[in-house]
Structure formats: structure tokens, C-alpha cells
Ligand binder design. Structure first.
Ligand SMILES: *Cc1c(COP(=O)(O)O)cnc(C)c1O
Length: 458
């Protein structure tokens, strides 16, 4: 195959799209620790989770053993509208960098939500509809998840209530209008519409909000409204499961051309795109069949992996959600308001946290001005305006490619380009005007929120 020129874009055939999601937990020797009931400190049961989440999603959440879970036809039919997504060889970026490295990116931004989030949104909406629910509630940070869920809910004719982190609501009014176009109602969070929102507002007047606050509000709204359940766009096991389509397609495309990656890179907010991208590769690594360097990239202003603690913590600021054992900065941690790059969640997927803890993957943190510099470099030669979140992965991929330039190694680098940045132009404007700053929490800042971790005997 080395004689064949690899096409710019490797497109798979429709029938090469995965027929089952891959559940990474099935092959992990050390399973991620279970979610705990914050009241009793005991693992959450199906009965306890069912008032919050759709039943079939609870089953997926708790299933640590089934390796492959079939994708229902209705979901595959929806996937066909925008999948398989292309795996692109970044020839122009390689040339510009003058690197012998070969760079590929899996592009998930080719749908109106502008990100990979639709992969899980459509699955979650499908199970809600199947259960006969009226609607779902959720939070959204930058807005991609809310948009994806609005699209999925309109497809299945479900009501959709979105609590949007206030700073994004104000910075990204157009996101809100896309969601409303798809029929969702959008509330800036924290809001006066929930008890937990009122409490957060009275304790932190003028707060610009966080994903953790918005999660608390959305969970409260779901449990107080008949016929509603809560859905979450990242962090949970079920979301990583749905996102495995990214990695499965990537692996099929690479295998088709006999390409073996050396380094796989993804940005990490709650860990869903990264968990999805690496899934089949990590499977080989866990089974001892192959080895890859796997790198999570996070913002220096919200460094859960690189400066967090591996402990049980709340997934939300209001402390009403289950406890998860993860790398966390503490649920009261709120990244600096001038952080514009997304990936603002204080914790991390329990699956990725366990894998990181067990030494199966690495993590790096990068500063936002260097992230936007990488975004600009990429945009100028690759013809895509990347999302700031995705640009964390671009930064790390460029850094690895530049190392290859020094050593002359022809490594193959694959990274996840999770989405597009058309709604992030306020952040791009700051960068272009030269007024973007890097706010990195001090050790004291992190210690203060970590000191508030719940006490759990586990
Ligand atoms: C939400 C989002 C992310 C981060 O979420 P993960 O769950 O860590 O994948 C990354 N990129 C884009 C474009 C997003 O919308």
C-alpha cells in the first residue's frame, strides 16, 4: 500500500459504518468505579437512576461487560445523513510545517450542530421517544450539545429544554437561535427558574455560570416535570459508547489503507470524543495486540487530568448529581471567565480517568493563546475554521509533528477534529485583536476547590 497515494479524504461506504457501538469497559481489567448515591454512598442502582435517565440508557450506563451493543436501525438511518465522516490527510498542514510526520484528522463538524455531539444526541433522543416520554432537559456550555440535542429532538418530535451556561448564552446568541429554530426552549443558567439556580445566584451574584450549575438546573427540571428525563452530552459511559462510532470508522479507514497510527490525540472536556476516538485502538492496547501513544489535551485553565485529583466527586456544582470517581478539580471549580476555549468541565469521564490512572494514556495541558495560534495555522491551510475545543488537539498534533521535524521521524499522527468554530468568532476576535489572555489557576485555587471534595470511603 505504501506506493498508493493516500487520498486527501478517506470516505467509507455507507455499509462500512459501524453496526454496533463498542463498549470499552468490557475489555478493561480495572473497570471504572461505579456512580455512587451521594446520600447513601452506595453504588447507584437501576431503580435509582431511572427517574433521572431513560431506561435503556441506564442499562448502557451500568453495562461493564457487553463489548458490542447493536445500533438500532432508526439511529443508523439518521447517522447516514452525515456519516461516515471523512478521515482527512492534512497534506497542506504537513507541508506548511515542513514535517516528515503524517497527520490525519477525523472530521466530525459536518452537520449543523457543528460537532460530534450529534452522535450521542440522536441515540439519547431515540431511547427517550421509545420510552414514550414527552421531552428531555439538558445543559449546554458552548452550545454544540444543546444544538445537537435540539436537532435530535425535532427529528423524533420530543420537547427539549436547554439550560445554557450564561457566559455562552451572552457570547453566542446565534447558537440560541439555531436551537430555537429546531424547537428547543433555551434558558441562561444559573436562572431563577429552579431552586438550585436561585441558590447559586444568591451565593455567587453575577456569576457567568458553569456547566456544573447548568447540569444541576437541568436535572432538577427533569425530575420535577412529569414525562421528562435528563440527558447529558459528555462524561457518562453511555455517551462514550455512542461516540465509539468515531473511532470505529477511523480504524476501518486506516485499516483500508494499511495505515498504523503511532499517536492518537484528542481534546478532552468531559472525555466523550476522545473516549470514542480511541475506543478500538485502546481495545487493542488493553488486549496487548498493539501499542499506541494516546494523548488527551486539556486547557491550562481547566486542567482536570494534569492537575486534578483522582477521587469521588459531584458531577455538578449544585451537588445533587451522583458521585463519580474521576480526575477532578472539585465541583466548585469555575474556570476564569476570560477562558474562551470551551472544555470547561471540572471533572472527566470515569472510563478515561481509570485508563489514565492505570497508565494507558497521557495528558497535556495547553494555554488558550497557543490553541488559537494553532487554530489559525490550521485554518489557513486546511480550509476549515476549527472549534476552539478541537484546536486543543490541533495544538498537540502540531507540537508532535514539530518534534518529528527535529528528529526526522515519520510518525503517523491521528487527531480528532471535533467541530467547527463559526459560533466562536467572539473568541477569534479577541485573538485577532491581540487581547486574549491566559488565565491559569494557581495551586491555591485548585487546592481550595479540591478541599471541598465529598468524603467517601472508596
Ligand atoms: C463538547 C465538545 C468537545 C468536548 O467534549 P468531550 O466530551 O470532551 O468530547 C470538544 N469539541 C467540540 C467541538 C465540542 O462540541
Amino acid at each position: 500500500m505504501s506506493e498508493t497515494k493516500i487520498p486527501y479524504k478517506i470516505y467509507l461506504e455507507e455499509e462500512e459504518m459501524p453496526k454496533a457501538w463498542y463498549n470499552l469497559r468490557a475489555d478493561m481489567k480495572n473497570k471504572p468505579e461505579p456512580l455512587l448515591n451521594p446520600g447513601t454512598g452506595k453504588p447507584l442502582t437501576k431503580e435509582e437512576l431511572s427517574p433521572i435517565f431513560c431506561e435503556e440508557l441506564v442499562d448502557q450506563e451500568l453495562d461493564d461487560t457487553t463489548a458490542f451493543i447493536p445500533i438500532p436501525d432508526e439511529i443508523r438511518d439518521f447517522y447516514k445523513m452525515y456519516r461516515p465522516s471523512p478521515l482527512v490527510r492534512a497534506y497542506c498542514l504537513e507541508k506548511k510545517l515542513g514535517t516528515p510526520a503524517k497527520i490525519y484528522y477525523k472530521f466530525e463538524g459536518n452537520n449543523t450542530s457543528g460537532s460530534h455531539k450529534l452522535n450521542s444526541a440522536i441515540a439519547q433522543a431515540y431511547y427517550a421517544k421509545k420510552q414514550g416520554l414527552k421531552g428531555v432537559t439538558t445543559e449546554t456550555g458552548a452550545g454544540q450539545w444543546g444544538t445537537a440535542l435540539s436537532m435530535a429532538c425535532s427529528y423524533f418530535d420530543l420537547d427539549c429544554k436547554v439550560y445554557m451556561v450564561k457566559v455562552s448564552y451572552e457570547q453566542k446568541p446565534f447558537r440560541r437561535e439555531v436551537m430555537r429554530t429546531y424547537g428547543a426552549s433555551v434558558v441562561p443558567s444559573p436562572s431563577e427558574t429552579t431552586e438550585v439556580g436561585k441558590k447559586i445566584l444568591s451565593e455567587h451574584p453575577g456569576t457567568t455560570g458553569s456547566l456544573g450549575c447548568a447540569i444541576s438546573e437541568a436535572v432538577e427540571a427533569a425530575t420535577k416535570n412529569e414525562g421528562y428525563r435528563y440527558v447529558l452530552g459528555s462524561v457518562l459511559n453511555q455517551v462514550l459508547l455512542h461516540q465509539s462510532v468515531i473511532g470505529l470508522e477511523t480504524k476501518t479507514a486506516l485499516d483500508k489503507y494499511g495505515i498504523k497510527p503511532d499517536i492518537i490525540i484528542g481534546c478532552a472536556g468531559g472525555g466523550s470524543n476522545l473516549g470514542g476516538l480511541i475506543a478500538p485502538f485502546m481495545r487493542e492496547k488493553l488486549k496487548g495486540e498493539a501499542d499506541y501513544r494516546i494523548v488527551a489535551v486539556e486547557p491550562a485553565s481547566c486542567p482536570s487530568f494534569t492537575r486534578g485529583t483522582f477521587a469521588y466527586d459531584f458531577c455538578d456544582t449544585g451537588m445533587i448529581c451522583p458521585l463519580a470517581k474521576m480526575y477532578t478539580l472539585g465541583s466548585s471549580f469555575i474556570p476564569s471567565a476570560n477562558h474562551a476555549g470551551g472544555l470547561r468541565f471540572h471533572g472527566m469521564s470515569t472510563i478515561l480517568s481509570q485508563l489514565y490512572h492505570d497508565g494507558y494514556m497521557e495528558a497535556v495541558s495547553v494555554e488558550q493563546s497557543s490553541v488559537f495560534e494553532a487554530a489559525e495555522q490550521f485554518a489557513r491551510v486546511e480550509g476549515i475554521l476549527p472549534a476552539p475545543e478541537s484546536s486543543h488537539a490541533i495544538r498537540a498534533a502540531i507540537d508532535e509533528a514539530l518534534k518529528c521535524k527535529e528528529t526526522g521521524e515519520e510518525k503517523t499522527i491521528v487527531f480528532g477534529l471535533t467541530g467547527t468554530g463559526y459560533f466562536d468568532l467572539v473568541a477569534y476576535e479577541k485573538y485577532n485583536d491581540g487581547v486574549m489572555t491566559d488565565e491559569i489557576p494557581t495551586d491555591e485555587d485548585i487546592a481550595a476547590s479540591v478541599a471541598k471534595l465529598p468524603k467517601v470511603n472508596a
